[in-house]
Write a protein that binds this ligand. Structure first.
Ligand SMILES: Cc1cc2nc3c(=O)[nH]c(=O)nc-3n(C[C@H](O)[C@H](O)[C@H](O)COP(=O)(O)OP(=O)(O)OC[C@H]3O[C@@H](n4cnc5c(N)ncnc54)[C@H](O)[C@@H]3O)c2cc1C
Length: 371
């Protein structure tokens, strides 16, 4: 049987588009199917847009290696494709002496991840760089940056199309089957329901990846991982940004804390907090304002409450429940689930935007082995 198309990627977020680009450049005939009417309508447009250095993640993990590799690829891609970005740097700050051992431990972890450019400085030196900042010590991360995520995704779409691929919008994939010859048959809904077959399939459905994966029958007892949801909320600061660099507090477990980021237009925002929710919930909760004020004033004491305005929320696809150990990104190929030609991406939360191009490389290599 000849498939309608060689390779389908479900999901036109930053990761799905980066995967499709890598596949198209590797010579695949690629089609991206996206349920919404615009690319990047979900998590890829509801995040901090920070180009992460790769500081915090467990050494050797996919998060660490793909973040560090992805960061280098991303800076090069942005420069080549004129995607707005800035290598603005960040300060990771200790606001109390008791946090100093954690700061030192983070520097060690970063070095194991190959991030060797962190520079420890004292509170006074930090205030010379950022006069509005209150802290007792800090680590400067010069390779942390900021990106226009929409500009990035548009450039990825351009590469896909320039290499013969296509992005089809308003095309929700409802079910997947694999026939005896190994071809995938995707039932699609939307305005023009139908079906399409392909030889290779990448499930890059973000928050919905597990739900879609469960529609396919697997041999040998494989079960796709469950996705849980954790909302993050942002407040925007009106007027001039008090900071030139991003300001990050000491993380609390996997949560990086309410950080200050300066976007590509120079606008400062604070967030995201973390709230576990039973479903995908983008509602903004204004009653959280006091908690935000208390937290942010620990490193920015001059914050005036009336300058904070509700901004937006995003939802993290988590592969664990609140309080459980934090697993790595899950990139499930045939060696894990047994279905030839299928790669599924689960739990691609932060630093997925930074890692997108590196994830693309990994998936393209995995599918190249079959063709
Ligand atoms: C609050 C927050 C802050 C973050 N900050 C950062 C940061 O500063 N830096 C960083 O590197 N990362 C950050 N991240 C992580 C980053 O945003 C994500 O890792 C990345 O955007 C994931 O991209 P994606 O393509 O996997 O998912 P998505 O952007 O969610 O894309 C998935 C797409 O698949 C589509 N889809 C799903 N199911 C179907 C279906 N059945 N049929 C058709 N289409 C389907 C969806 O509509 C969606 O468009 C943050 C995440 C959050 C939530």
């Amino acid at each position: 049987m000849t498939p309608d198309i060689e390779t389908i990627v479900v999901g036109a977020g930053a990761v799905g588009l980066a995967v499709a680009r890598a596949l198209a450049i590797a010579g695949h005939e690629v089609m991206v199917l996206e349920q919404h009417e615009l690319i990047g309508s979900e998590t890829s447009s509801r995040n901090s847009e920070v180009i992460h250095a790769g500081i915090y993640y467990p050494p050797g993990s996919l998060r660490a290696t793909l973040c560090v590799r992805g960061k280098d690829l991303l800076y090069a891609f942005c420069a080549e494709n004129k995607v707005p970005h800035a290598r603005c740097g960040k300060l990771l700050v200790a606001t109390h002496e008791s946090q100093l051992p954690k700061l030192a431990a983070i520097q060690e972890t970063a070095a194991k991840n190959g991030v060797t450019d962190l520079e420890p400085i004292g509170g006074n030196a930090a205030r010379v760089l950022e006069p509005e900042l209150a802290c007792v010590a800090a680590l400067i991360s010069p390779s942390t940056g900021i990106i226009d995520s929409h500009g990035f995704m548009l450039a990825l779409q351009g590469h896909i199309e320039a290499n013969g691929g296509s992005v089809v919008l308003r095309c929700p994939v409802e079910r997947i089957e694999q026939d005896a010859s190994g071809l995938f048959r995707l039932a699609t809904g939307g305005d023009n329901p139908g079906a399409i077959t392909c030889k290779n399939l990448v499930n890059s459905g973000g928050l919905h990846a597990s739900k879609l994966a469960r529609t396919l029958a697997y041999g040998d007892g494989y079960r796709p991982p469950e996705t849980y949801y954790a909302k993050g909320q942002y407040y925007a600061l009106s007027g001039r940004s008090p900071f030139k660099r991003h300001i990050y507090p000491i993380p609390d477990g996997a949560w990086l804390g309410l950080h200050a980021t300066v976007d590509i237009g120079g606008r400062c925002k604070f967030g995201p907090d973390i709230e576990w929710t039973p479903g995908i919930d983008y509602s903004f909760e204004p009653e959280k304002l006091d908690k935000f004020l208390d937290f942010i004033r620990s490193y920015y004491p001059g914050l005036e409450a009336e300058r904070l305005h509700p901004d937006y929320t995003g939802v993290r696809p988590k592969l664990y429940r609140e309080g459980d150990p934090v697993p790595d990104f899950a990139i499930h190929g045939p060696e894990i689930h047994g279905q030839q030609g299928l790669v599924a991406l689960y739990g691609i939360e932060s630093p997925g935007l930074t890692a997108a191009l590196a994830i693309g490389e990994v998936v393209a290599e995995s599918l190249a082995r079959r063709n």
